[in-house]
Design a protein around this ligand. Structure first.
Ligand code: SAM
Length: 282
């Protein structure tokens, strides 16, 4: 596996450049063009670690009891245990994590609003050979498709209620704050009834007042959003989310956090502060 790229951390200068790139977007719908222009330019992609997430690799290897297996009947490996279960990565960028899930036997869709990001992701196929992390696991490889589209306007009939695993890394923190409640609702709607949302929480220690993307995202914010998907969350004068984490019994989309931990391995940028949370329908 290649080592994490130099200069892909979150030092102040780099973060500020990203913030300024988006600062004149008054309307979240303009963000699509901003992402595409960054990907097209290709010289400044500070979130792109050049390798898959070690935390995702470990979740798949060590937390199968919580996220489930890539196949519906894992005790019958002779038949490959099929049918395969489905994984989605919204805002997949260059797609490294998609290839990890595919290698572990999941049928994967990587979604991104940027066509250029997806071209990169497809081209990465040519770099898999010889990297053990992309070698097929016990169930053989699943399928992988890259789809271009806006996470917030996906066709309900085609996308909703069918994903057994959804992985979020640097997607929520990339979104304008007003889209956060909608992110939570959409994630919950996309999950299958037994599906799991797995978040690599980042950047958990960044002050929201420092701007974004990436916007500060303490663990408490995930709790507030996913306890009441679709409802606005409130921030105090220090821009910390107010601790209204009670689940709303009337909200059918509420997700429950089934585990929360500090990953043993993660990218250097989140070494001390990254957390993993896994969520399920009530
Ligand atoms: C900060 S990057 C993270 C990419 C990838 N998760 C990674 O860790 O390298 C955010 C990605 O989300 C994509 N994106 C932003 N808004 C989106 C939307 N509404 N629907 C789908 N993708 C979106 C961007 O094009 C970009 O590739």
């Amino acid at each position: 596996m290649s080592s994490e790229r130099a200069g892909t951390g979150t030092n102040a200068q780099e973060t500020d450049r990203l913030r300024l790139h988006f600062s004149s977007s008054e309307n979240p719908t303009q963000y699509a063009g901003r992402w595409e222009s960054l990907w097209q330019d290709g010289t400044y992609l500070p979130w792109d670690r050049g390798q898959p997430s070690p935390a995702l690799i470990d979740v798949l290897a060590q937390r199968q009891d919580l996220v489930g297996s890539a196949v519906a009947a894992p005790s019958q490996p002779e038949s490959n245990g099929g049918p395969r279960r489905k994984a989605l990565i919204p805002g997949c960028g260059a797609g490294y994590d998609c290839y990890v899930l595919q290698a572990q036997g999941w049928d994967v869709v990587g979604l991104d609003i940027s066509e250029t990001a997806l071209q990169r992701a497809k081209a990465y196929r040519g770099h898999l050979d010889g990297q053990s992390v992309f070698a097929a696991g016990q169930f053989g490889k699943g399928t992988l498709r890259f789809e271009s589209g806006d996470f917030f306007t996906l066709d309900e009939d085609v996308w909703m209620g069918q994903w057994d695993l959804i992985w979020d890394y640097t997607f929520l923190c990339a979104l304008p704050l007003e889209l956060r409640p909608k992110w939570a609702l959409q994630m919950s709607k996309l999950l299958s009834p037994t599906g799991r949302l797995v978040c690599l929480e980042f950047p958990t220690h960044k002050d929201l007042r420092a701007g974004g993307p990436p916007w500060g995202l303490p663990s408490q914010t995930y709790v507030a959003l996913l306890s009441r998907p679709g409802s606005d969350i409130k921030y105090d004068e220090e821009q910390k989310v107010l601790p209204e984490d009670q689940q709303d019994p009337t909200n059918q989309y509420t997700l429950t956090r089934i585990i929360h931990f500090k990953p043993e391995r993660t990218y250097a940028a989140g070494k001390d502060s990254d957390r993993v949370s896994i969520w399920a329908r009530r």
